[in-house]
Ligand binder design. Sequence first.
Ligand code: GAR
Length: 204
Amino acid sequence: MTQNRKIAILISGRGSNMLALMDAIESGRLDAQVAVVISNRPENQGIELAKSRGYTSVIMPSQGISRQQHEQLLIAELKWHNPALICLAGYMRLLSPEFVQTFPQQILNIHPSLLPAFPGLDVQKQALDYGAKYSGCTVHFVDEGCDSGAIIAQTVVPILDQDTAKTLADRILVEEHKLYAGAIQFILNKNWEIIGRRVLATKN
Ligand code: GAR
């Protein structure tokens, strides 16, 4: 049986990480197929870009309904597409434990800091305000906590004296675009195991 290499991409906004994944797939650097792009916000740039590139695109507004109702709809949609992985790409909602447990070790996120430093929001400002000299980006499994799942891949980005939150975010984003596809490929290839919190390549 051929291996399931479908991914679902969940976005909330601009969609530049989503586009980087599509570019990686279309250029053969990532052996995967985009089953569906789902946005929890209507009329954002990301979902328009996904549509214009011909990808199956679904808007599932999270406003105006309860978290539970929204997640039930999301779970039904995702199960229908049956992706191997659910890749959060600028998806700005916390997922409930029930949601996470529905897709064990199948949800990945990219986060613009070197976790476990600076989880949550406004993380580039957090890193600057703290006086950190390095930040970066992290791809990790999503667990029941906030940005607390096992780390799959990271890239370090130096913080410069003249940085603002915006300039730092821009430089980290360049690295995010390179990091995510490789991390997804690694997980799809299944040659890994989790020991404790460590995601390790298995020896063949
Ligand atoms: C990216 O920097 C991503 O790491 C971050 O939002 C941005 C989305 O940009 N995600 C989070 O902060 C998740 N907690 P994009 O829509 O252009 O990919």
